[in-house]
Design a protein around this ligand. Structure first.
Ligand SMILES: Cc1cc2nc3c(=O)[nH]c(=O)nc-3n(C[C@H](O)[C@H](O)[C@H](O)COP(=O)(O)OP(=O)(O)OC[C@H]3O[C@@H](n4cnc5c(N)ncnc54)[C@H](O)[C@@H]3O)c2cc1C
Length: 297
């Protein structure tokens, strides 16, 4: 990869040999050869054209709260949309850039007495990552509040997607099933509500998360989707894996559906532990646990 050529594109900040532990919530060891923070849509388009013309691989990074880099070196181009962070609020409609923090957005809306994003106040992703994943909690999700979004298509055109175009499903969206689309900005429609009621819900859920999740350790949230009528955490406890350690990765003692980094974990440690759990659960219960987190090669 010719890093000087990428720098010569004048698309924004270009960082070399970045410490990947700073870019994922698992804080996994590793190096990213190049990380670009494009200034604007025109820069992003120029960068992606260059990447495609040169047959390079790339990955859009949100807040890295659902990602596991499985190799010690990522040798493609990492793209972070930190400059896509404008926000405007008009009555019950919020327009926001996809690099904006979901927690910040949800708290801002809640504090203004706008209801609909309370579920998101504990989800440490970016707006773009949350749309990609259809992130959700407490029987609510992005699909329930998103109205539309601007998206860069694989042919490098900006188009507006209405909610229906995302074909949202449980923790899934059109973007996930069709690689090559980049979410640029989003429009949410919320509902006016009582600020005190909204904030007390936000506070009580925060308390619940703090009590039930190992937030004191780096993780990427729930590892497996709950199988129908059961809980992945219960199955993991039943196979005796609560506290199980591989390298620097451990099945949390507080919540068995979380894997935590207890120090120096690599993506390989996490992957090994995940596949070990999957095998044991399949052997014992004939259940194929689905991994909610994404491996990046
Ligand atoms: C403590 C903790 C608790 C969590 N709780 C929840 C929860 O309750 N509910 C839940 O759903 N999730 C939860 N998560 C998981 C995670 O926060 C969500 O999946 C989140 O939506 C990921 O967003 P991100 O910006 O970090 O995306 P990343 O992890 O950076 O990326 C995820 C995927 O989205 C793609 N992507 C990111 N931005 C864009 C974009 N702009 N355009 C196109 N593709 C993009 C990436 O390329 C990647 O494929 C939790 C995680 C942690 C660490």
């Amino acid at each position: 990869m010719k890093i000087d050529e990428i720098k010569g594109l004048n698309v924004g900040t270009v960082l070399e040999n970045v410490d990947l532990s700073k870019y994922t919530t698992y804080k996994l060891k590793g190096i990213g050869r190049v990380l670009v923070i494009p200034n604007d849509v025109a820069s992003l388009k120029r960068l992606i054209s260059y990447i495609n013309d040169n047959g390079l691989k790339y990955k859009i990074l949100g807040n890295g709260s659902n990602l596991i880099f499985t190799n010690m070196v990522y040798d493609g181009v990492l793209i972070k949309l930190d400059c896509f962070n404008d926000i405007s609020i008009d009555d019950d409609v919020i327009k926001v850039g996809c690099g904006y923090s979901l927690i910040k957005l949800a708290l801002k809306a809640s504090m203004l007495g706008l209801s609909g994003l309370e579920f998101a106040t504990g989800i440490p992703g970016s707006v773009g990552g949350a749309i990609f994943m259809n992130a959700g909690a407490y029987n609510s999700d992005i699909a329930s509040v998103l109205e539309s979004a601007f998206v860069l298509t694989p042919s490098n055109e900006v188009v507006e997607f209405k909610k229906g175009d995302f074909a949202f499903d449980y923790r899934s969206s059109f973007l996930q099933r069709n690689p090559g689309y980049v979410c640029l900005s989003a429009c949410f429609r919320l509902k006016h509500g009582d600020k005190d009621v909204i904030m007390s819900l936000v506070d009580s859920r925060k308390e619940r998360r703090v009590l039930s999740q190992p937030l004191e350790f780096p993780s990427a949230g729930s590892v497996f989707r709950n199988p129908s009528g059961d809980f992945a955490g219960r199955l993991i406890e039943e196979i005796g894996y609560k506290g199980k350690v591989v390298g620097g990765a451990q099945v949390s003692l507080k919540h068995a559906n979380f894997i935590i980094n207890i120090g120096g974990a690599t993506g390989r440690d996490i992957k090994e532990l995940i596949f070990d759990i999957k095998d044991k659960v399949r052997q014992r219960y004939n259940i194929d646990l689905m991994v909610e987190q994404e491996f990046v090669e």
